[in-house]
Design a protein. Structure first.
Ligand code: 25A
Ligand code: L14
Length: 340
């Protein structure tokens, strides 16, 4: 790096993902010359810290981005649609964590371990989309296998943490748990049903085809990031009473046969992946171990004995970190290293 530093803005800075973006910029020593922390009216005047110094939260407006070079957005899709084009128009490159632009053919959708070359397309619109959290960890684990033996079909079921929905959902899980342990009535504000001691087969909104939007994001984003529209993907996404890290049961059918041992060897050399697969010692990836970590953990690698070329595995990663904030900061790192 050239010793240059950059004017950075974080939109949605007070949210679960925004706060993790701030932490990740600090931890990875991103060359921040100046920082703007933006959120809604509700948080204006609130004080956060960046590298030990207090920074006042400002209201996100279309004028917030004068002089800003890199803008990280995580304030929801409607805010991204409203403000990201204005940020790009004033010269910032936006890395957007919402679903607003992910499937736009003019906007790259990037996981640095998988398709870093796509970042170059930021020049068209000034925006780079950060994929959905469940998709990111799955493609980090699957791309090296796809390169080796071509994946024809993926069947995935997810076990997703509440932190993906934001800070208020973490509160809801903890408050419901405490209420139930004290034989009190629970309150439901974020999810339509009790999440404590329960599993909800419902993430994001339902679509006309009977799938949820989260499930269709996994289908469509996987094809775009892997740059292979022929991969068949089907998903069931489930909310579970876990605070940090999504877990996924992933079944793949490959064109060429691959053994579980070959998968372990490929993944043990893959960027961003850590294989944890020692059933004899009860060792397999766990949400509580992945929390706060950068890697995507893969284990329970075994043959799918119901078809000729099938593999099952268990894939776990911190959804707010690799699933959102870390992936966005990694994109920004490549951007400043290669392009701006
Ligand atoms: O709009 P959407 O697309 O439906 O999605 C919005 C929700 O999805 C989460 C995000 O949660 C948000 O609640 N989300 C969006 N994209 C996500 C992704 N890719 C995602 N989660 C994971 N991955 P969040 O709480 O983590 O982030 C919210 C951030 O956005 C800021 N924000 C909201 N409206 C804004 C805005 N910023 C600018 N302009 C707007 N109009 C929000 O800032 C936060 O930083 P804030 O100041 O509104 O929130 C400060 C605190 O207030 C709590 N809160 C949120 N909503 C309300 C609320 N309090 C009272 N009433 C509310 N209605 C928050 O918990 C926050 O701590
Ligand atoms: O980034 O877990 O598209 O409720 C939106 C729903 C992130 C997760 C996205 C959740 C998702 C979020």
């Amino acid at each position: 790096m050239s010793g240059k530093s950059y004017a950075v803005a974080v939109a949605g800075a007070t949210g679960a993902v925004g706060l993790e973006m701030i932490k990740t910029l600090e931890q990875r020593k991103f060359p921040v010359g100046s920082v703007k922390l933006l959120a809604s009216e509700r948080s204006v005047g609130k004080e956060l810290r960046f590298n030990g110094k207090p920074v006042k939260v400002e209201k996100l407006t279309k004028d917030s981005f004068k002089g800003v070079q890199v803008a990280l957005f995580s304030a929801g899709a409607s805010r991204s649609l409203e403000f990201a084009p204005a940020a790009a128009a004033s010269g910032a490159v936006v890395v957007d964590n919402s679903s607003a632009f992910r499937m736009d053919p003019e906007i790259p959708l990037v996981v640095p371990e998988v398709n870093p070359h796509a970042i170059a397309q930021y020049k068209k619109r000034g925006i780079i989309a950060n994929p959905n959290c469940s998709t990111i960890q799955m493609v980090v684990a699957l791309k090296p296998i796809h390169d080796a033996v071509r994946i024809k079909r993926i069947v995935v079921s997810t076990y997703q943490a509440v932190s993906g929905t934001g800070l208020k959902a973490i509160d809801e899980l903890l408050l419901q748990t405490r209420a139930l342990l004290n034989s009190q009535e629970i309150q439901k504000k974020v999810y339509p049903h009790q999440i404590a001691f329960n599993c909800l087969p419902h993430i994001d909104v339902f679509l006309d085809n009977g799938y949820t939007k989260e499930e269709m994001k996994m289908v469509n984003e996987t094809r775009k990031i892997m740059e292979d529209p022929t991969i068949r993907v089907t998903a069931t996404t489930v909310r579970v009473p876990v605070v940090h890290s999504h877990s996924e049961s992933v079944n793949i059918e490959t064109e060429k046969k691959i053994t579980p041992q070959e998968v372990r060897e490929i993944l043990s050399k893959a960027p961003g992946v850590k294989v944890v697969d020692n059933p004899a010692l009860n060792e397999y990836p766990l949400a509580i171990h992945a929390a706060g970590r950068d890697e995507t953990f893969v284990g329970r690698i075994r043959e799918d004995e119901s078809i000729p070329n099938g593999i099952n595995m268990w894939v776990v990663s911190d959804n707010v970190r690799k699933g959102a904030a870390l992936n966005a900061v990694q994109i920004a790192e490549i951007l400043i290293e290669k392009y701006i």
